[in-house]
Write a protein that binds this ligand. Structure first.
Ligand code: NCD
Length: 325
């Protein structure tokens, strides 16, 4: 994952900042249970500090380059908030059409440029593997903020943190993923992370939007109990975490296919009458109709709290990769 010739990275688990110091964050596959526990301990500390003092100087003098080739509200603003709450600063390049990318500059050259000016680069890009490619060209840590339909590792970490905060534990849960499991990178990452926690995963999607078979094979090989469904009804009563996703319009070649699937599932208060009292409904957001707004006041609706947990997890990750945790 790192380039041995160029990267000054330290072996996992060594030196200040612990195991993530100087590391790229490219895929959830790089994390062990111990890594995740370490991240969550620091995320809890970040939460306490934000509640007590708001902003503090842990990353004073550090700069984050925020490079987004795809739209984002939560991921980009939460990384910015995380950096600023830690006393650092951000170079935002969210409108790549106003940067040299619009002149035809390659991704390697753009990230090489940004590493001259910053200490860490957060990258969102439409191509699978883009973050890993970028990481081959730079010495500073690259954080994958979404690579097409590939992965979204920081989202998966905040999703897992949300589950732990809300339900009190992570082991042996029944997690039902609903919606566009083919194109949704958040479920690709979260399902992989859940293999570390003996989860039972129900995959509910239209036939056309099934979880990619290679990911299902990967999960099964890790010993996850998996089952696939077209309807939510049969699995909802045993679900601890209902993870709802948007049908990813931008990934469809044919708009008619998108229109045929976009309203495949809609969660309403009536749906939740069939769910446990102690369970949570999550969504990476944005939602575009798959959870009715009437659900928002249900205490089980965790998707707005999920965003706040994301701030603490991203603060922890930045502090760790920059060796200040
Ligand atoms: C998700 C993404 O970009 O993959 N959003 C996010 O980062 N919270 C989910 C989505 O766009 O549907």
């Amino acid at each position: 994952m790192t380039n041995p010739q160029r990267a000054p990275h330290l072996p996992l688990g060594e030196k200040r900042g612990g195991r993530l110091y100087g590391q790229h964050i490219l895929s959830v596959k790089q994390f062990s249970r111990e890594d995740i526990e370490a991240i969550f301990v620091i995320a809890e500390e970040m939460r306490t500090m934000v509640e007590r003092v708001g902003t503090f100087d842990l990353l004073k003098g550090k700069l984050l380059a925020s490079l987004f080739y795809e739209p984002s509200t939560r991921t980009s603003s939460s990384f910015t908030a995380a950096m600023e709450r830690l006393g650092g600063s951000v170079i935002p390049i969210s409108e790549v059409r106003y940067s040299s990318v619009s002149k035809g500059e390659s991704l390697p050259d753009t990230v090489r440029t940004l590493e001259c000016y910053s200490d860490v680069i957060v990258l969102r890009h439409p191509e699978v593997g883009a973050a890993a490619t970028a990481a081959r060209y730079v010495r500073k840590p690259i954080i994958n903020a979404g690579d097409g339909i590939g992965e979204h590792p920081t989202q998966a970490l905040l999703d897992l943190f949300t589950i732990r905060e809300e339900l009190g534990n992570l082991d042996g849960l029944t997690v039902t993923m609903l919606g566009d499991l083919k194109n949704g990178r958040t479920v690709h990452s979260l399902s992989r992370l859940l293999t570390l926690f003996h989860a039972r995963i129900n995959l509910v999607s239209p036939e056309m939007l099934r979880m990619p078979p290679e990911i299902m094979e990967e999960l099964a090989a890790k010993g996850v109990t998996l089952s696939e469904h077209r309807e939510l009804e049969s699995v909802l009563p045993n679900t601890d975490v209902l993870y709802v996703t948007r049908v990813q319009k931008e990934r469809f070649a044919d708009e008619a296919d998108y229109l045929a699937h976009k309203d495949a599932y809609v969660i309403t208060p009536a749906t939740l009458t069939q769910a446990k009292q102690k369970m949570i409904v999550m969504h990476p957001l944005p939602r575009v109709g798959e959870i009715s707004m009437d659900v928002d006041d249900d205490p089980r609706a965790a998707y707005f709290r999920q965003m706040e947990y994301g701030l603490y997890v991203r603060m922890a990750l930045l502090a760790m990769v920059l060796g200040k945790a």
